[in-house]
Design a protein around this ligand. Structure first.
Ligand code: ADP
Length: 301
């Protein structure tokens, strides 16, 4: 078994994008632009982001035995991701149907497809892959019971990075394994319920009380906040200033970069200092995976 810096366990989707002048009302048909098809899904995005930076990366995911599945496999391979952990079949590849109106607002329908068929049994069968990674990164576009099985299967000494997106209540055992829990502002507010307030430092304290070992809150152009009681850390990490073109995938690029640097032994603040540069670079280009920087591009940025 090949060793990896980062194993991403998560979703792989085909993003089907059509530009429209306005959205159809019920029963109505509108004409849109030519269809654009992009590889996406949080798991696939993170794996590509890490591999483009030079991380030894693997993806554990499920796609359908169809053209979208082949597109996903091909884009992972092209980025340098180890695709041995990508399972094929059981349902059509997950799809996000995205309409974009002239103001840039998206309306999205997601069909989870094969992502919903990534089962706890699949995780147990991939025990060797989980054991061969220093850091494992998961999100919530796969079943929660599958995420819980990742936590149960994780060998001691393997670090878990979890981004609860889309946000959902997490079992205590899952929360307790997060090191760190990575959230954006929206996810932080969801997890804190009504008790959020306005100050990100309060959010960090509140999130730590939920049980994760450490917390990272991404704050868009303002960068990130990292918190870890074990080292008495609560630090702001500013993002480089850039001209933002498209923020799609910025959080995925950030989390992948963070996980990779943690696998190399960086402390949380140093890893976040690297990750904000990757997130900032990702917002300067259109789309998700196509905007993720290589390590050379990052150096020039
Ligand atoms: P998400 O994409 O999950 O909503 P954020 O918007 O917080 O997450 O962005 C994640 C990271 O991407 C930020 O921590 C930052 O490094 C970078 N980023 C996002 N938006 C901008 C921006 N407008 N300018 C510079 N960096 C940005």
């Amino acid at each position: 078994m090949q060793h990896h810096d980062l194993l991403v366990v998560g979703s792989a989707n085909a993003d089907l994008v059509i530009g429209v002048e306005r959205r159809p009302a019920p029963g109505e048909t509108v004409l849109g632009s030519d269809l654009a098809v992009h590889p996406g899904g949080k798991g696939a995005n993170q794996a590509v982001a890490a591999a483009r930076l030079g991380a030894r990366t693997a993806l554990l995911a499920r796609v359908g035995d169809d053209a979208h599945g082949r597109l996903l496999l091909e884009s992972q391979r092209a980025a340098g991701v180890d695709t041995d952990g990508i399972l094929v079949g059981g349902a059509p590849t997950g799809v996000a149907l995205i309409t974009v109106d002239p103001s840039g607002d998206n309306s999205i329908v997601v069909s989870p497809g094969a992502n919903a068929r990534l089962t706890p049994e699949d995780i147990r069968a991939a025990r060797d892959l989980l054991g061969a990674a220093r850091v494992v990164s998961v999100q919530l576009e796969i079943p929660l019971e599958t995420v819980a099985e990742v936590v149960r299967t994780l060998p001691a000494g393997t670090r878990l990075v979890l981004n609860p997106s889309p946000p959902a209540p997490l079992p205590a055992q899952v929360l307790a394994a997060c090191d760190p829990l990575v959230v954006n502002e929206h996810e932080a507010r969801f997890m804190l319920g009504g008790s959020a307030g306005q100050d990100p430092q309060d959010w960090a304290r509140g999130l730590l009380r939920l049980g994760p070992r450490s917390v990272v809150i991404t704050l868009g152009a303002a960068g990130a906040l990292v918190a870890d009681d074990r080292t008495d850390t609560c630090a702001r990490v500013p993002s480089p200033r850039v001209d933002a073109v498209d923020t799609t995938g910025a959080g995925d690029a950030f989390t992948a970069a963070l996980g990779w640097r943690l696998s190399l032994g960086d402390d949380l603040t140093t890893a976040a200092g690297f990750a904000v540069r990757v997130g900032a670079a990702a917002v300067t280009g259109k789309g998700a995976q196509q905007s993720f920087p290589t390590i050379e591009e990052l150096g020039a940025a």
